[in-house]
Design a protein around this ligand. Structure first.
Ligand code: AP5
Ligand code: ZN
Length: 210
């Protein structure tokens, strides 16, 4: 199954992508994680993306389209994939169509802006593998350490409240029009994000399997 997860920053796309992937045995492709990895390794692309990310702006379409095009060619995508954070603009969605990629379902995880701002302050991510945790809602077993790999948990640079507001603005102006784009194709399903990760997972998996 080829899936897209839509949703505001912090809506829980990455968290649900993990759940879907372990259930369906397909890879999650997070453009945000790929860009952060590139930045950590000091590649030209990563460094060029930094100034956009730090401000909460979207990275230029041609950069992310190139990333996804390369990633989808890898053999692990042949039985399906979950796109987390891509497409984020109409030109990105059109580029995906042009690649000949058939999308089965687009799941929007809907969470209000107020709840997003409150949630982001508690997020911590593993600096080694990128898995995300929450100080209240998804605590690691050992404080400050990743359950998956033992890496150190840190706060993301773009989770500062002002940057979160800029990211929400980008989302509403540039990404939200994609709901209409996919609704017209009969592919959009909306899941109301809950204040509990497991409850949201149940609703998300039910929406995918329906
Ligand atoms: P990206 O990394 O994709 O960030 P984002 O979309 O802003 O989304 P997040 O990763 O912040 O949140 P999420 O929805 O995955 O939520 P999570 O599961 O972590 O992109 C970052 C930047 O990269 C962009 O700003 C842009 O510059 C660039 N970029 C990336 N893709 C791009 C593209 N296609 N085009 C252009 N630029 C691009 O959950 C959030 C927190 O809440 C966690 O702490 C989690 O534990 C907790 N939580 C999750 N679910 C629940 C729940 N149900 N109840 C309570 N807490 C929960
Ligand atoms: Zn880890």
């Amino acid at each position: 199954m080829n899936l897209i997860l839509l949703g505001a920053p912090g809506a829980g796309k990455g968290t649900q992508a993990e759940v879907i992937c372990s259930k369906l045995h397909i890879p999650a492709i997070s453009t945000g994680n790929i860009i952060r990895e590139a930045l950590k390794s000091g590649t030209k692309m990563g460094l060029a993306a930094k100034s956009y990310m730090d401000k909460g702006d979207l990275v230029p379409d041609e950069v992310v389209i190139g990333i996804v095009k390369d990633r989808l060619k890898r053999p692990d995508c042949k039985n399906g994939f979950v796109l987390d954070g891509f497409p984020r603009t109409i030109p990105q969605a059109e580029a995906l169509d042009k690649m000949g990629v058939q999308i089965d379902k687009v799941v929007e995880i809907h969470v209000s802006d107020d709840r997003i701002v409150a949630r982001m302050s508690g997020r911590r991510v593993c600096e080694d593998c990128g898995v995300s945790y929450h100080m209240l809602y998804k605590k690691p077993t050992v404080e400050g350490k990743c359950d998956a790999c033992g890496g150190t948990l840190v706060q993301r640079a773009d989770d500062h409240p002002d940057t979160v507001k800029a990211r929400l603005k980008e989302y509403h102006t540039k990404t939200e029009p994609l709901k209409d784009y996919y609704d017209k194709q009969g592919k959009l399903v909306i899941v109301e994000g809950q204040e509990d990760v497991a409850d949201t997972s149940r609703l998300t998996l039910a929406a995918i399997e329906a």
